[in-house]
Design a protein around this ligand. Structure first.
Ligand code: NI
Length: 177
């Protein structure tokens, strides 16, 4: 397994269209293992393929000890609303309050190629919606009001100089920034 570089805001892959996955290959199993390792090294709770420069419709989430691999995820039910202060591994040190559904049911294909349904409330629901947004080229900052987005972008202007290559390189075992 390997910790992959995470692309940061400004890389066009974060806005690119993703492609549905027809079958889970060995190469994709390795990618999933690497994405989990990368997410954990970054102390994140979710990671989508575009964040490691890939265009498969694939994300991983891990919330409160529950880990899921989601190929081709789609939200098939949603209920209620919740506001959560979100961040993103591709936009370090930038945060914003986003309103989402409080409950979602997601249908996806898991690592075995089996169709699964995952129900999530609160943080798990927020996380799955955030990651599925990534697969549509959408970022949490897109949900902010004009003024809040402007403030978030100003915060990012100060941060982005830390990533001159456009990549965030994590060293396992080191505290994530
Ligand atoms: Ni994100």
């Amino acid at each position: 397994m390997a910790v992959l570089p995470i692309v940061v805001l400004g890389d066009p892959v974060l806005r690119a269209e993703t492609r549905p996955v027809a079958a889970v290959t060995d190469e994709l199993r390795t990618l999933v293992a690497d994405m989990f390792e990368t997410m954990r090294a970054a102390e994140g709770i979710g990671l989508a393929a575009p964040q490691v420069g890939r265009t498969e419709r694939l994300c991983v989430v891990e919330v409160e000890g529950q880990a899921f691999t989601l190929f081709n995820p789609e939200i098939i039910a949603r209920e209620g609303t919740i506001k959560w202060e979100e961040g993103c591994l591709s936009i370090p040190e930038v945060f914003g309050w986003v309103e989402r559904a409080q409950y979602v049911k997601v249908r996806a294909m898991d690592l075995d190629g089996t169709e699964i349904e995952v129900e999530g409330r609160d943080l798990l629901a927020v996380c799955m919606q955030h990651e599925i947004d990534h697969l549509d080229g959408k970022l949490f900052i897109d949900h902010l009001s004009f003024l809040k987005k402007r403030a978030a972008m100003a915060a990012w202007e100060k941060e982005k100089g830390k990533y001159p290559t456009g990549l965030r390189i994590l060293v396992p075992g080191e505290k994530a920034e």
